[in-house]
Design a protein around this ligand. Structure first.
Ligand SMILES: Cc1cc2nc3c(=O)[nH]c(=O)nc-3n(C[C@H](O)[C@H](O)[C@H](O)COP(=O)(O)O)c2cc1C
Ligand SMILES: Cc1ncc(COP(=O)(O)O)c(CN)c1O
Length: 204
């Protein structure tokens, strides 16, 4: 890949990891074919066995990174029990990676209500119909559940299911990685130190 404005430049000068993350996400929105906000979410189960799946980043503020899911799903149960997780973004079009580790807390009820209300009606009904991560005998069972909830909420706005909400990951560590020739990549890690961030360059 020829270096461009997006693939060259020195990100290692940045001192605010949130600001740098926002710049990289904005770049990725321009270059990824879809879902630039997709991130791998790593958790551990009650036996310390790792698990990982992709979710979408739906909010970012000074407290952290927000995503939405079913709290009774595998990830929901793992996050409620362990309160810790890691995220990984890989933007292939930019040859960039961001890794984030931190603590997990559910978002406030009103924050979840507001996001749920912004989703298409079909997705809101779907959140009721899907018993995410539990066995489903056949597709028809799911479609019947969707039809039943469509009848239940006919003529009204579906309320947010009590088991559907968001988690916020508050980072303690954020690492930025950028591809460089001959695998001699640039890596910069930020470690939270109460109100500030300590910055460390890492061997590739
Ligand atoms: C691009 C992409 C985005 C996804 N976004 C979400 C999401 O935001 N929330 C969610 O619950 N599942 C999302 N999924 C589905 C999850 O990867 C996963 O299959 C599901 O949440 C069940 O995970 P669990 O059994 O570990 O709880 C997404 C999948 C893909 C491929
Ligand atoms: C099951 C599920 N829940 C939630 C989401 C989050 O995205 P949205 O709120 O835009 O549906 C996704 C995105 N793929 C998803 O697959």
């Amino acid at each position: 890949m020829e270096p461009t404005e997006l693939t060259a430049g020195d990100f290692t000068e940045h001192s605010d990891p949130f600001e740098l993350f926002r710049l990289w996400l904005a770049d990725a929105e321009k270059t990824e074919i879809n879902d630039a906000n997709a991130m791998s979410l790593a958790t551990v189960d009650e036996f310390g066995m790792p698990d990982v799946r992709v979710v979408l980043l739906k909010g970012l503020d000074e407290e952290g990174f927000v995503f939405y899911t079913n709290f009774e799903s595998q990830k929901g149960q793992q996050l409620l029990a362990q309160h810790r997780a890691a995220l990984c973004f890989h933007w292939k079009s930019l040859r960039r990676q961001v890794r984030i580790r931190g603590t997990i807390a559910p978002v406030a009820e009103d924050e979840a209500d507001e996001y749920y209300a912004s989703r298409p009606r079909g997705s809101r009904i779907g959140a009721w119909a899907s018993q995410q991560s539990r066995p489903l005998p056949d597709r028809e069972t799911l479609e019947n559940a969707v039809a039943a909830y469509e009848r239940k909420f006919e003529g009204e706005e579906p309320s947010r299911p009590p088991h559907w909400s968001g988690f916020r990951l508050t980072p303690v560590q954020i690492e930025f990685w950028h591809d460089r020739p001959f695998r001699l990549h640039d890596r910069m890690r930020f470690d939270r130190e109460s109100e500030t961030w300590r910055k460390t360059r890492l061997y590739p």
